[in-house]
Design a protein around this ligand. Sequence first.
Ligand SMILES: Nc1ncnc2c1ncn2[C@@H]1O[C@H](COP(=O)(O)OP(=O)(O)OP(=O)(O)O)[C@@H](O)[C@H]1O
Length: 231
Amino acid sequence: MTGAVSAEVLVARRLFRFFRASGEETLAVAGVSLTVRAGERVAVAGPSGSGKSTLLSLLAGLDEPDGGTVRVAGHPVSHRPEEERARIRATSIGMLYQYGNLLDHLTVAQNLRFAHGLAGHRTRFDLAERLEAVGAGGLADVLPAALSGGQAARAGLAVALVNDPPLLIADEPTAELDADAEQQILDLLAAQAAAGTAIVLASHSPRVLAVCDRVIRLRDGQIVADGQVPG
Ligand SMILES: Nc1ncnc2c1ncn2[C@@H]1O[C@H](COP(=O)(O)OP(=O)(O)OP(=O)(O)O)[C@@H](O)[C@H]1O
């Protein structure tokens, strides 16, 4: 990155999310504000139940906050009709999940084409190039069930990036992977950040946290630390 300050890609302000279940009320996200710039990799860490997944869902426009706002690439994501949120998700937000984001009944190639179609084919798309970029050349016609964990993670990353979103959100993207496969994903994420993508990921992995630019620590739905990764 150059000395110039990069654009704000994700701006979240005073996010709150309550859940009510069997008479109990849980404040899963309690006043979180967060700004992530182009090219930044931000990890969200914290103990189980601290609100990481809930926060990521709010940032991705998959869930609606009870209070606060989310903007992605200048678009309001929160408090918008579902069709509008879906359009912003498809064009501006790539999502990567722990268990892969591949549809089981589609081959890798069909998964990519499907995800590309969701955004209305707005970006150029070369299947072979997309697969090569994540080290998944040769996997075009393979169904997800036949992929190794590392292959599924890389193919899932290709799907998440197929519309060249300015923001990538990943929930425990390497939790099921061995050290080599995890490193491959981290290298791909580093290249993607260098190309300007803003990345927010939840992780428990020390190796993942170590390569991020910032680590945000949550406890009981609140940010208790937000800082540069030492060394
Ligand atoms: N749909 C829901 N209904 C009721 N409570 C929920 C719901 N989703 C999350 N919660 C509660 O909100 C809190 C935060 O959960 P969340 O899954 O966001 O935490 P997390 O940090 O991602 O945990 P983990 O590391 O185990 O995935 C927890 O107390 C959880 O039980």
